[in-house]
Ligand binder design. Sequence first.
Ligand code: NA7
Length: 536
Amino acid sequence: MTEKSVTSTRDIVVVGAGFAGMYLLHRLRGLGFNVRVFEKASGVGGTWYWNRYPGARCDVRSLDYSYSFDPELEQEWEWTEKYATQPEILKYANHVAERYNLWPDMQFNTAITSAIWDDARKRWTITTDKGDVVGTQHFVLAVGTLSTPKLPEIPGIETYKGATYQTSLWPHEGVDLTGKRVAVIGTGSSAIQSIPLMAKQAQQLTVFQRTPNFSVPAGNRALTKEEVVAVKSNYREYRQRAKESRGGVPIDFTPIPMFSVDEDKQQEILENSWDAADFARFLASFEDILINKKANDVVSDFVRDKIRSLVKDQEVAEALCPYDHPLGTKRPCVDTDYYATFNLEHVRLVNLRKTPITEITPVGINTTDEQFEFNVIVYATGFDAMTGSLLKIDIRGKDGIKLSDQWKDGPTTYLGIAIANFPNLYTVTGPQSPSVLSNMMVSIEQHVDWLTDLFVSMRNNGQTVIEATQKAQDEWVAHSSEVGNMTLYPLANSWYMGANVPGKPRVFLPYLGGVGPYRELCNEVASAGYKGFSIA
Ligand code: NA7
């Protein structure tokens, strides 16, 4: 790539106009950096731009899942429900873009196709699918963690003649399922949120389930004025507690070990947590749910009993009960009437563990036992999580080394922020950071603030290049995997483990050390002059 072909130069190029990209732009531009954000979508919002399926909501409470960087913004914005809907979150994202006039520095409908490090010039050359060739000092991948949708590998999928939709690419104008015979493949969070609403329209709804998931009730409702005031009048202290917490959400009690109390007390605590209708709180019911299999069994049994009490047909109930993974080792779902939907006459569950899909035909879906015909197939089959969107870009670091080669056995990073051999390249909420195991807003703000401080420090010190050392990276990867292995998480075939994508290396992707301790570690690295990095 010659300098001549570069059509513009920047201090910092950011990929993605989700909450990370927008906040990066706001902070960095305010400090005088020349920043350009590129975004594949035609608008801001990232995951909330794409995932428009019926019932799409955040599973973190709205008062928590919002920016904290500007007290005026957090006071003026009015969330209406306990869990915000996708349209409301998207409206918020647009409000932020408008309020801070982010539009002029964001380029939409543009995907980055390659990023090549030029070691002589100490700069990245970024190419887009619209023909831009941008030279930049720093390159930040704020591409999101669940942003590469995944279709199932089912023979005949391309032959189906009816309408097909993916939950993660739902049409902006919505879909009317009235009078339709609808199939849903998948029973993850997206399916569990959308199935009750699709069932309200469809003439017939057939759910193809390979693996059941644990789901806790959302108990969604309008926020009361009093509870909003209670949080907003104390937002600084509330946000601070979120930053110091494990998951980025303040918990109002100190969990105890499961077996420090008798069975009756265990059940009482679990009932209270169930009624509190909040999965983060539910998972925190006892301190050892995710590290002690026996403690986990108690909670898993508790939820299985709930499923049996909610679903009338006990054969269906049993099929909906997860046994293959400890509760919480796949992200628990949060639902409104999911289990009760299976009591409706026109809703049917097909248990693919008993009768697997053999093929998709022009008219429907065949299993080993039956041939189904549908007007519509909905794929709620998830994502190539955490690394999919990073590896879609042809990224080449020092000596032309490809990121896809360096990561062929799984991602290796320093702090989930930087990668050895890839100078001046950064991931926001990347693999081996708390990321998807936390309230993403808290983790996004932490990474953006940390990177902003880094860029300012480098500028002030006349430094131009920073790179994670191999040693620091090796130690971080070892630490991250050691922490992961102390928990029950690796027991599940989850997207946390890359297990949902055939051929993807089986590595625990997020960092399990907790948001608060992780923040401290990152701050220590910075205050020690960016320990573990070579910087010049
Ligand atoms: P998930 O949670 O990855 O769910 C995908 C679902 O699709 C899951 O039930 C899969 O079953 C199922 N799936 C995938 N491939 C197939 C095939 N070939 N046949 C049958 N079923 C299949 O994605 P979501 O979009 O629901 O949620 C992602 C995250 O968004 C969620 O965790 C929240 O953090 C928000 P499997 O378990 O692989 O057997």
